[in-house]
Ligand binder design. Sequence first.
Ligand SMILES: COc1ccc([C@@H]2N[C@@H](C)[C@@H](O)[C@H]2O)cc1
Length: 448
Amino acid sequence: TKVLQHGAHRVGKRTDAEMATWRGYGLGQFIHWGVYSLFGGELNGNYYNGAAEWIRSWKDMPHGVYDSAYKQFNPASFNATQWAKMAKQMGVRYVTFTTKHHDGFCLWPSKYTDYTIANSPYKKDIVKQVVDAYSKEGIDVYLYFSVMDWHNPDWRYDLKTKEDSAAFERFKLFTKNQLTELLQQYPQTKGLWFDGTWDNSWKKSGAFTDTLEQYLKTLHPGLIIGSRFRADEFGNRHVDANGVLMGDYEQGWERKIPKTYADVHGNDWDCVMTIPENGWGYQKKWLGHWKSTNEILEMTAQCVSLGGNFVLNFGPRADGTFRPEEVTIAKEAGDWMKINSAAIYNCEYTGWEKQDWGYYTKKTGENKVYMIVFNVPVSGSLKIKPAKNTLVDKAYLLTAPGKNLSLEKLDYGASFIHVSSTGYKQPFVIVLETKEGSEKSDEQKAKT
Ligand SMILES: COc1ccc([C@@H]2N[C@@H](C)[C@@H](O)[C@H]2O)cc1
């Protein structure tokens, strides 16, 4: 391994209480809201075929048109309490909210630029309303912050000239100042979700990113920052030159989910996901497929079964309302979570061999394994194969704890649980209460 000045300062997961809380969330909400929400991916009847929050970068979007649109941003019916209650009903445990996206428009009254909500017709501090309302509902708040800032003239994609470097020095101070005011104005914040850090200018600023991260954590002890923030002194991101994760969790799973536990390399991680195929800000027209509630529940179960959190994105309209598809998904997912969240909250990877019927999760610190069943075979026989030295003491439907299900022992330490093979409209959960021990062979039994 190389001796790095600005690589990872910790190998392995954080072991503190704040990170344990983060690890147990299971389900989160992402919200992308800003000036881009005014356009909804459309201009003069033409649709941008990229992600709607990137519409400023569309060749058909004059920068002047976009950069003056904030003068129309006035979500009079915005109600952060209603947002927070919808999220609470959905069963999310944390929210990640856009304070500033790549376009540079600040949803808080930053002192370091005029391009903020304070100078829009709406005037009021949106970040404060969101932080306060979600915190009041008991949902932890994380702030999304894009380093790349298309509005700030000192932003640079690369540092090629002395002038570039002088400008970027100003930009780095601007970034530090904005992050300082976010943590000081909104101290309930539990973490920062960074984006817009892939350009060479940032990759060449490894030492700065290291110093800044340590400064932020001194300012706000316990602060949680993912792997998308730092670069090491060689410009490596997410993992340093020694392959060690830089950050409190792996932040690379954007619109994709790991296939196996090996893919997560023993790190904490979250997956952030759109309901349509792509696009985070409000889009008037969802092109292509968008996910059903059962697909979203399956992604949630898949993430928790591999030790991560699943974070579903909502893109409210410029007026602060949510489109009907999003309201429906929040309601239906919430109805399922109301009954089954025991299999999602404070659960972790079991290490049992995955079976086709669905996903295992294990309650942290307890001898309780959950089967989240999505695919009942035509036989109605669900195969389970507990890890070595683990026996199943009892099995029952989460919704019928008093009625034990019978296990038919098979060879190789496996068993069948027989359930009805038809009639399912949504996933269901079977609880397995486990204990230490190993299968006694028949002759061993005969001896006792
Ligand atoms: C393909 O490059 C990108 C770069 C940034 C993004 C941003 N990350 C997501 C969390 C959204 O904020 C999206 O705009 C997406 C794709």
